[in-house]
Design a protein around this ligand. Structure first.
Ligand code: 3PG
Length: 408
């Protein structure tokens, strides 16, 4: 047990049939569809190898992207990459819980491993609901009876109350995998005892998540929030800057217009503890053009933070005792607009603070700039990591604890 979270040490694993939730959700190169980073694949190696050493039969369940997004794909390539990284054969099954998947699972021999199709191809998986409701979804009803144990190693999706994350532990024995165990231990310790001052750097396109985290972090005593990406654009709009139609359109497309009101309330409440960009880079006919935010609006999309902003951010980063960085600060996939993310990761690595980074793009930036070794903890989770650091309980952890109470 890790506190009251059941772990693999609490079960006799020998020869058991295991449903293993992993998180392989990875940024893809928009041109080639290739994985931009394979750290999440690496991170499940230990759990997979331990289960195989115990002659378990393993069924991996995972997701990639969200319905409607460009990176919403099948998991065929994921199965192949996980197989290479873990150095074990893993067969991809083109089904989630239909008769083909059920037959494969029933016939799976000791020490064999398969991977099911993208769980989010199944519509109920993307609904966030309480665990008792998720326990009654078809995914859980059809799959749970076929397994001895559910193992959750998918720390990175722990902040989502989705069926594959919180449903299974309600109806069967459940344990945290080794990656989950490690993340909860390390992040829990940092959350308890951060070295002051504490700075969160939040970017990416999931601005609703980012603002929610910022709010909780500020409430719990975080000193400063630095922002980039869509989070920054929303805060700039909330401050009254007219960010321009292309950026507004992007926010609208992500269904996040109402987040501007949320951001307005936060600015009133926390003032200068939220630091927004002074200047931004625009994508102007395939070129990078920087302007002060006072010169907005322009009819070009905001795609990065500018050099003046970077000077301020570097100063705050160098004075921080603890730094948490999640989410790209610009359109990271395009070299012209990766400046903010790349410079920030270098500044974080050079600082003397205790640093934690999470999220696919942030981690990819750390790798590309060769500074991974200088980061105190590279989490496999982005949103999950910052949610926990900010002080939110994680639904996946609550579900594991409740499984121990129900079945233990
Ligand atoms: C992540 O990459 O943060 C997790 O896999 C969760 O993905 P989501 O934000 O699409 O739910």
């Amino acid at each position: 047990m890790l506190g009251d979270i059941p772990t693999l040490d609490d079960f006799d694993l020998s020869g058991k049939k295991i449903l293993l939730r992993v998180d392989l959700n990875t940024p893809l190169d928009p041109e080639t569809d290739e994985f931009l980073d394979d750290r999440r694949f690496q991170s499940h190696r230990e759990t997979l190898r331990e289960l195989l050493d115990q002659k378990c039969s393993i069924v991996c369940a995972a997701h990639q992207g969200r319905p409607g997004e460009a990176d919403f794909t099948t998991l065929e390539k994921h199965a192949k990459r996980l197989s290479e990284v873990a150095d074990i054969p893993i067969e991809y099954v083109d089904d989630i819980f239909g008769s083909q998947a059920q037959k494969k699972i029933k016939n799976l021999g000791e020490g064999e491993c398969i991977m099911l199709e993208n769980l989010r191809f199944y519509s109920e998986e993307v609904l966030k609901r309480p665990m008792d409701v998720q326990a009654k979804t078809y995914l859980v009803l059809k799959l749970a009876p076929l397994f001895d144990l559910y193992v959750n190693d998918a720390f990175a999706v722990s902040h989502r109350s989705q069926p594959s994350v919180v449903g299974f532990p309600q109806v069967m024995n459940a344990a945290a995998g080794r990656l989950m165990e490690k993340e909860v231990r390390i992040i829990g310790d940092i959350h308890e005892n951060p070295r002051k001052p504490v700075t969160f750097i939040l970017g990416g396109t999931k601005a609703d998540d980012g603002l929610r985290v910022a709010q909780k972090a500020l409430d719990s005593g975080t000193d400063t929030i630095l922002v980039g990406g869509v989070v920054a654009n929303i805060l700039l709009a909330a401050k009254g800057y007219r960010i321009g139609e292309p950026s507004i359109e992007f926010i609208r497309g992500k269904k996040m217009t109402e987040q501007i009101d949320v951001a307005r309330g936060m600015i009133q409440r926390y003032g200068d503890r939220i630091v927004v960009p002074k200047d931004v880079a625009l994508a102007k006919d395939g070129r990078r053009v920087e302007i002060p935010v006072g010169e907005l609006p322009q009819n070009y999309r905001i795609v990065d933070i500018g050099h003046e902003t970077m000077k301020t951010y570097k100063q705050i980063i160098s004075e921080s005792g603890t730094l948490f960085f999640n989410g790209a600060l610009g359109l990271f996939e395009n070299k012209l607009f990766s400046y903010g993310t790349m410079e920030t990761i270098k500044a974080v690595a050079e600082s003397e603070s205790f640093s934690v980074i999470g999220g696919g793009h942030t981690t990819a930036a750390a790798r590309e700039t060769g500074v991974v070794e200088k980061i105190s903890h590279v989490s496999s989770g982005g949103g999950a990591c910052v949610n926990m650091l900010a002080g939110y309980p994680l639904p996946a952890i609550d579900a594991l604890k409740s499984s121990a109470q129900i079945h233990g």
